[in-house]
Design a protein around this ligand. Structure first.
Ligand SMILES: *Cc1c(COP(=O)(O)O)cnc(C)c1O
Length: 452
């Protein structure tokens, strides 16, 4: 079978996610035959470095032997059992280990099977907590401008990326939106910390006015990934935690994309203040299984848990479920993932890799069509602009990011931009040489994309 064979079959029957299918006439999907480490290989034998971790999920490479083995063993033991009324060791052990690893106070793990579902769980639990504790008047959520929390209607509603959300607006609940602390928006000469601190005034004002009707504030800690990899200073999280306590509003930290080492610490919340902050809910998915299997967890506190713990007839239970909740194979993949973090001392290794990433693109910062090169830990983003001095973006209809994507594919790299933002978010098994290659490919791709 060749690339062409599989593409022909694909285009007859598959409807691809997040894709205008007419685009496939000029840009057919890349058919992948196998993966190994950072490499993906197509049916014609071309190889690509998976520089975006297959949409931010892969952290220890494709076909990682240790993770493979753990899943195979689990497969021969127990593939699945429902988690309502039943239990299994992988779900228990994973919950135990995450209680230890996540910020203090997060003592309960509620399982689901994808990131959007974990967000839905957090939103419903927060609302339901207030209802169970006599505050049925709390029905709203505060979110952040430019945020992203998934595609199901509840998760989409608390996001703020027009491209995905606008069409469905009539179907969605209406959050109160605070200005994003995105530091790309800061004035010249203003530091990340000063900017994020100043922008917090907007959140404070919303809380002051609406706390009485608000269940929770939901944020992506430090890094708004789908919102064009925009970044902010941890001081914002510190201020937010303090304000949520003061106003009696929950804090939901959506670490679906940033958790598991992406920002330089195991969880982004650890970077706020001197000892980190503890949210009331922490949503985890993506890197949780190192990109192997769909799984998500909403971590929460004793206080939240206790508000649901009651005689059945009082009807205060949280009756949410999904068919594949806590799937044992996925839990096994997650346990192997946590083992890999320990065995490789990965957070320390990432500090070196992050420095290599910075070095590989350093020359690009001076490029006349690069508005900013920014980095938080293992995520590095390059903002392409029409004019550097004014920061004027290119007309989005020109779709210049796609030219970088196509150039990168021809050079053996999968760099799938977000609009005109080119970014690296690679598996942690990438080598310094491979990072250097990505830097070169990105620079050449940007050169091509901005000319004419
Ligand atoms: C990807 C993502 C989600 C949604 O996860 P899915 O598994 O795609 O539903 C939610 N929040 C953030 C921050 C994400 O990056």
């Amino acid at each position: 079978m060749s690339n062409a064979d599989l593409i022909a079959r694909d285009l007859k029957v598959v409807w691809h996610p997040c894709t205008q299918m007419k685009d496939t006439e000029a840009m057919p999907p890349v058919p992948i035959r196998r993966g190994e480490g950072v490499w993906l290989e197509d049916f014609d034998g071309n190889r690509y470095i998976d520089a975006v971790s297959s949409w931010w999920v892969n952290i220890f490479g494709h076909a990682n032997p240790a993770i493979n083995d753990r899943i195979k063993t689990q497969l021969d033991t127990l593939e699945h059992v429902m988690l309502a009324g039943f239990s299994h060791e992988p779900a228990v052990e994973l919950a135990e280990r995450l209680v230890d690893l996540t910020p203090a106070g997060l003592t309960r793990a509620f399982y689901a099977d994808n990131g959007s579902a974990a967000v839905e769980v957090a939103l419903k639990m927060s609302f339901h907590y207030w209802r169970n504790t006599g505050h049925g008047e709390k029905t709203r959520f505060i979110n952040m401008g430019n945020s992203y929390h998934g595609e199901t209607l509840g998760a989409l509603a608390v996001g703020d990326v027009d491209l995905y959300k606008k069409t469905y607006e009539p179907l969605l609940l209406k959050p109160l939106t605070a200005r994003s602390p995105d530091c790309y928006q800061r004035e010249p000469g203003v530091s990340w910390e000063e900017h994020s601190r100043a922008v917090f005034a907007d959140m404070e004002a919303l809380l002051a006015e609406h706390a009485h009707e608000t269940c929770a504030v939901i944020v992506e800690p430090l890094l708004q990934c789908a919102g064009h990899m925009r970044m902010y200073h941890p001081v914002y999280l510190e201020l937010l935690r303090e304000a949520c306590d003061r106003y009696g509003v929950h804090l939901i930290a959506d670490e679906i994309a940033v958790g598991f080492g992406r920002t330089g610490t195991l969880f982004a919340c650890e970077q706020a203040g001197e000892r980190g902050i503890s949210p009331d809910f922490m949503c985890l998915s993506k890197g949780l299984t190192a990109g192997y299997l769909p799984l998500s967890i909403t971590m929460t506190t004793d206080d939240i848990y206790a508000a649901f713990y009651d005689d059945y007839a009082n009807l205060n239970a949280f009756l949410h479920s999904h068919s594949y909740t806590g799937n044992p194979l996925a839990c096994a993949a997650a346990l192997a993932t946590l083992d890999e973090f320990e065995r490789r001392d990965q957070i320390a290794v990432n500090r070196q890799l992050a420095q290599h990433m910075a070095d590989a693109v350093a020359p690009l910062a001076e490029h006349p069509n690069v508005g900013e090169v920014r980095q938080t830990g293992m995520v590095l983003a390059i903002e392409m602009v029409a004019d550097k001095a004014s920061g004027t973006p290119f007309d989005w209809r020109e779709r210049r990011g796609i030219r970088v994507y196509q150039h990168a594919l021809s050079q053996g790299a999968l760099l799938r931009p977000l609009g005109d933002v080119i970014y690296f978010m690679p598996p942690y098994v990438i080598t310094p040489e491979q990072i250097e290659h990505l830097g070169k490919v990105a620079a050449q791709g940007i050169e091509r994309a901005v000319s004419t």
